[in-house]
Design a protein around this ligand. Structure first.
Ligand SMILES: O=C(O)CCC(=O)C(=O)O
Ligand SMILES: [Fe+2]
Length: 306
């Protein structure tokens, strides 16, 4: 949905106090304390708002500890651990600690190297740097919508191989700083790959969204050079500034995104200052292409030339 949203239209349709933060993605929900014990009608309204805005922000959720974040997350479905990075002790929480390589400064959708990647991610700000450390999200449904008919047709016929062996540290000026090397080793300790259509049909909204981001290795049937050009065409539409929103975090803020309709990027501009975020993810479904085909796991060992 790429129409520009206004506060009055969204507030009256959901019963929540919702203020869009940008024209195409992201809205702040005010006056709610998140917990696992929200009334069903409130949770339904949150879900509807999430499908509409793709990304919701809740400020000042200091009442949420690890258990509370998980209890709230379970309202969406089963929580899933990250497939390679161990969860924080005794939880299903992925802790992103800037001192230990937790700096996701590259555009991605979470865990797309899995065939059924998470439907929703819920991120809580625990420790923040004095400046910087914002996160940016992009709307992959609006990006599809703005393509020309010819590019839509091309996109609908493309499939890509996604893998977890993306090197987060590759574009860093000092790649070994902040534990990035060790984090990369843990992240890729087991190769996981999946083939996804570039365009998936969202199971809740019926919208077409682009499945892209840095876990893409190549488009199936295309050589590296052509793949790189194709990737740039679609990825540039996704990350156009008009299609994004940027959030300046305060401690206790929570962001929830529809991982089937967004990408995100954590800006790494705070040097050695400490930043800690805690994320949970909710189990998702294998994408379905426009023609009804489903994403496929790519079995290992896979040294693909596809
Ligand atoms: O640190 C952030 O702001 C986001 C990190 C990230 O990519 C994630 O939580 O999935
Ligand atoms: Fe992420």
């Amino acid at each position: 949905m790429s129409a520009v949203l206004t506060p009055s239209t969204t507030a009256t349709t959901t019963g929540l106090d919702i203020a869009p933060v940008s024209g195409r993605i992201g809205a702040e929900v005010r006056g709610l304390r998140l917990s696992g014990a929200l009334p069903a009608a409130t949770f339904t309204a949150i879900k509807q708002a999430l499908y509409r805005h793709k990304l919701l922000f809740f400020r000042g959720q200091q009442q949420l500890d690890d258990a509370g974040q998980q209890a709230f997350g379970r309202l969406f479905g089963e929580l899933v651990d990250h497939p390679t990075v161990p969860s924080k002790d005794g939880t299903q929480i992925l802790e992103l600690d800037s001192n230990h390589g937790g700096r996701a400064n590259s555009w991605h959708t979470d865990v797309t190297f899995e065939v059924a990647y998470p439907q929703v991610s819920i991120l809580r700000a625990v420790t923040l740097p004095p400046y910087g450390g914002d996160t940016v999200w992009a709307n992959t449904a609006a990006a599809y919508d703005e393509l020309t008919p010819a590019l839509k047709a091309l996109a609908e016929n493309l499939w890509a191989l996604h893998g977890n062996d993306y090197d987060y540290a590759a574009t860093r000026v000092t790649p070994d700083a902040h534990g990035a090397k060790r984090y990369q080793e843990v992240f890729t300790r087991r190769l996981i790959q999946a083939e996804h259509p570039l365009v998936r049909v969202h199971p809740e909204t019926g919208e077409r969204t682009l499945v892209s981001g840095h876990f893409i290795k190549n488009f199936i049937g295309y050589n590296t050079q052509d793949s790189d050009h194709l990737f740039a065409i679609f990825q540039n539409h996704i990350t156009r500034l008009e299609n994004t929103v940027r959030w300046r975090w305060a401690e206790g803020d929570v962001a929830i995104w529809d991982n089937r309709a967004t990408q995100h990027y954590a800006i790494n501009d705070y040097g050695d200052a400490h930043r800690v975020m805690r994320r949970i993810t909710v189990s998702g479904d294998a994408p379905v292409a426009v023609d009804g085909q489903r994403s496929r796991a790519r079995p290992n060992p896979a040294r693909s030339t596809a």
